[in-house]
Design a protein around this ligand. Sequence first.
Ligand code: ADP
Length: 346
Amino acid sequence: MFRNARLKLTGWYLLIIMVISIFFSVIIYETLTAEVKRFARVQRVRIERSLLDANLNYSDTRQMYPPPSIPLFDPDLVNETNRRILIVLIGINTGIFFVAGGLGYLLAGRTLKPIQIMVDEQNRFISDASHELRTPLTALKTSMEVTLRDKKTTLATVKKLIAGSINEVNKLQSLSDGLLQLAQYQKPNHPIRFETLKIGEFVTEAIAKTKILADQKKIVIKKNIAEVQVEGNRYGLTDLFTILLDNAIKYSPLKGTVEITSSQNNGFVFIDIKDTGIGIHEKDLPFIFDRFYRADSARTKDGASGYGLGLSIAKKIVASHKGSVSVKSKINQGSSFTVKLPVKNK
Ligand code: ADP
């Protein structure tokens, strides 16, 4: 598909360059031949005048040998010069055609490269998403079919199936919400409204959003952050800290502690979210920000459901704020995620 588009684009580049080149070649040809004609006319007038002075006529001199000292006007030479100009211009245009064709092909490749990367990325996203959606949907369908076919199905089993299905549907809903969120932050120029915000505002909002989960696990969230301002999108930054806090709680044991602290350096604010949870294995660390990646320890952790989308969304949000997110973790000791954002001076 991209090969065809590249050839088409090269064709367009070539067409534009050749139209310009031929246009100017025609002008050059017309100007030069007019100039040669003018030169010949002037030369002819001069010769005739000299011959008149010498009492000879032009056709006489053409038969004369050896020729007189005055230069003779030769119309064949004019035609020959015009032909040569034409050949040189055709040669130049042929050269331009091949050079422009080669350069156009390279340029078309470069122009299409980012589009190709984007389309490949989108295709991968669609196939990953459909794969993730397919597994729970198949499980749901199978259990429904089995219950339907079973002649001994009672009302109680149906109720149990519906309850289980609702659970699965809820998970699917959170997966589709995550996918939508990721797609939204993935748009290259997606319009987000930026405003000046105190970091305390969105961190407090994220804590409030994750409070139910923290309370369920009797996890204490300690907050110690400075009054620093950043330029950002309120909803995006709240989503970012909700994801990080949600993970910190999800991957911590009962009665754990999650600490949020901040520090400042070189025009940046660093916000740390530190937990005392299961930690992340060194081999998983390079991949946890990849879409749909889940460490084995997370898969086997009770109640820690997820689809591996949170951190990839988090990464997109910080990138749209010209910041970064990093992680330090030790297995069975806990993890510490650090968000770095540019400080907005008052
Ligand atoms: P998930 O929905 O699985 O939590 P994320 O993208 O948020 O997806 O996280 C990706 C993986 O990174 C998780 O599956 C887990 O293995 C690991 N992870 C993220 N945060 C933590 C944490 N605070 N403690 C331990 N592991 C974590």
